[in-house]
Design a protein around this ligand. Sequence first.
Ligand SMILES: [Zn+2]
Ligand SMILES: [Zn+2]
Length: 107
Amino acid sequence: MGMIHTHTCTSCGYSEQVSGGPDSGIDIGTDTYACSACQLIQDRTTWVEVRTDYGDYQGEPYIREPRIRCRKCQRKGAMKPWRSGDPCPRCGAPMPIDPKGINVLWD
Ligand SMILES: [Zn+2]
Ligand SMILES: [Zn+2]
C-alpha cells in the first residue's frame, strides 16, 4: 500500500502531494522525481503488474517503464529521483512533510 504526504517548502511555500520515494500498491509501483526543467515534484509509475488469464503463466510479472517522463514537459532526461527530506527544487530550502497536510493511503 502506498502513502502520499504533503511536502511543503519552508521558504517559497511550494507544496506537492507525493510519496517521497519508491512506493507501491497492489499492482502498480511509483517513485518520486523532480523535473529539473519544470522544478516540479511528481510521482511517476515505475512498474505495472501484468494481469493475464493464463493460469500457469510463469513469465516476468512486471513491466518496468524504462523511461520516466515529466508529466508537464514530457522530457525524459530532466527527471531526477526526489526523496522525502530532499530540498525544494525551486529554491533549495528544506521541504519537510507538512503535519497539517493531507496523508493519503492508496492501493
Ligand atoms: Zn522552495
Ligand atoms: Zn518537466
